[in-house]
Design a binder for this molecule. Structure first.
Ligand code: CP
Ligand code: NVA
Length: 332
């Protein structure tokens, strides 16, 4: 799709439903090529920079593997390995990188930082997660919904947890653009902000979907196709918020009872990483401190939907490949 060449990928708000579906179709095509062992290195000779001010497993690996499959070289920069923020401003760093690289991925804090990188680098810039948005994750989620439930349009997706942060915001945007029924189910202080909600309501109306915010769990789960959750405390948030989050969000933990209240065909999704047992440092520390075996999802639910969850994780790579390829002008 020629309209995508040279574009930034900062939030799904900037794309039409057709453009978003094009990313998904291209990702599915790259996924088939990869499974068939067919080379698709049409971006040979190009170079991309991957900036991670916050840690990552899926997003970093997805960008690195996808860049390599497309024939590109990737340079990874983290807080300890670059001057960004400490000795050089975002503007100056972006101006330098724009002279050397064909595209830049940024993961970090405020959305304004990735916007600045796009502005000052002058090359396609991809949002690998900010506090406000996580758009590459949404493409992977939609591809996974297509694979498991045939079509994303018209499906009811219930997000349980802190819907004010990157995942709640981005799912609401993605659902409204693609005609899903989005429900944020949480105490009202965790609902996405009014301004973004109003924008999404308009898109939802145009595209045959809807936006609902509710505290009522049984209303939310009725006829749900997808139950989605994320960690209760995100990267960069202070440790002091755990106690309040656990108190507020425990009733919204995804349990087998909640899965049973949804459609028989419903799937559970999570962007990962997840606190579903004590096998992580933070999960163990907080679990022991607050007397919990798990946090946002029980181990039973997590285990039952492992295939969906790891398809979703794998799809990060295919969809990120589609974003880099389309914005750099390679359609496979
Ligand atoms: N879902 C996601 O973005 O995972 P990482 O933090 O491992 O990149
Ligand atoms: N809300 C989470 C998403 C991780 C992929 C965070 O920002 O830490």
């Amino acid at each position: 799709m020629s309209e995508l060449k040279g574009r930034n990928f900062l939030t799904l708000m900037d794309f039409t439903p057709d453009e978003i579906r094009h990313f998904l179709d291209l990702a599915a095509k790259f996924k088939s090529l990869k499974k068939e062992g067919k080379v698709h290195d049409g971006l040979k000779g190009k170079n991309v920079a991957l900036i991670f001010e916050k840690t990552s497993t899926r997003t970093r690996c997805a960008f690195e593997v996808a860049a390599h499959d497309l024939g590109m070289h990737a340079t990874y920069l983290d807080n300890s390995g670059s001057q960004l923020g400490k000795k050089e401003s975002v503007e100056d760093t972006a101006s330098v990188l724009g002279r050397m690289f064909d595209g830049i991925e940024y993961r970090g804090f405020g959305q304004e930082r990735v916007e600045k990188i796009a502005e000052y680098s002058g090359v396609p810039t991809w949002n690998g997660l900010t506090d406000e948005y996580h758009p590459t994750q949404i493409l992977a989620d939609m591809l996974t919904i297509r694979e498991h439930l045939k079509d994303e349009k018209g499906k009811k997706l219930v997000y349980m947890g802190d819907a004010r942060f990157n995942m709640g915001n981005s799912l609401m945007v993605g659902c409204s653009k693609l005609g899903l029924h989005f429900v944020a189910c949480a105490p009202s202080k965790y609902f996405p902000n009014k301004e973004l909600t109003e924008k999404c309501r308009k898109w939802a109306e145009e595209n045959g979907g809807s936006i609902t915010h509710t505290e009522d769990i049984s209303e939310a789960l009725k006829d749900a196709d997808v139950i989605y959750t994320d960690v209760w405390v995100s990267m960069g948030e202070p440790v002091e918020v755990w106690e309040e989050r656990i108190r507020d969000l425990s009733p919204y933990k995804v349990t087998m009872d909640k899965m049973k209240a949804a459609k028989d065909t419903a799937i559970f999704m999570h962007c990962l990483p997840a606190y579903h047992d004590h096998e992580t440092e933070i999960g163990k520390e907080m679990g022991e401190r607050f007397g919990l075996k798990d946090m946002e999802v029980t181990d039973e639910v997590f285990s039952k939907y492992r295939t969906v969850l790891f398809d979703e994780a794998e799809n990060r790579m295919h969809t990120i490949k589609a974003v880099m390829a389309a914005t750099l002008g390679f359609e496979g």
